[in-house]
Design a protein around this ligand. Structure first.
Ligand code: SF4
Ligand code: SF4
Length: 135
């Protein structure tokens, strides 16, 4: 597992329900124009629709993965004030943690048998985002 930094974000994929609140909180907080998103939420389903499950009935499954783009600035002014970034602060499912809280959560999840990974370089996503998923 990579070293945790002050701005390392940990995503507990087990808790993400694909609501996009994180993305919209970033958009509003950072006053982004309509067409711009610094964080998007990928649906891991059949790939044929935004929210279409994979598999065949009754064995259907779908999950979601927030993805931080290179444009994300990790909210330095909020972190400097001891506040969480808009995205982390807004998640209604407690799926996102940052910094020391992320390190503590990772230790807890590791004990519960989660595995950790980062997105590959070809995704060209933001650095220092770590995903946790149940093995
Ligand atoms: S860390 Fe800040 S800039 Fe980056 S996606 Fe979250 S709210 Fe947006
Ligand atoms: S990380 Fe949280 S706010 Fe973002 S889509 Fe998942 S559940 Fe919603």
């Amino acid at each position: 597992m990579s070293e945790f930094k002050e701005n390392t974000i940990l995503v507990d994929l087990q808790r993400c329900i694909g609501c996009w609140t994180c993305s919209l909180a970033c958009k509003v907080g950072n006053k982004l124009p309509d067409e711009e998103f610094w964080l998007t939420v990928r649906t891991l389903g059949s790939g044929e629709g935004v929210d279409r499950p994979a598999g065949t009935w009754p064995d259907l499954h779908m999950s979601w993965m927030p993805i931080w783009s290179q444009s994300c600035v990790k909210c330095p002014s909020r972190i400097a004030k001891g506040e969480k970034p808009y995205c982390v602060n807004s998640c209604p499912c407690d799926a996102l943690t940052i910094g020391d809280a992320a390190e503590a959560k990772a230790a807890e999840l590791r004990d519960r048998g989660f595995r950790f990974f980062e997105l590959p370089a070809w995704e060209k996503s933001k650095d220092d985002v770590l995903y946790a998923e149940k093995k």
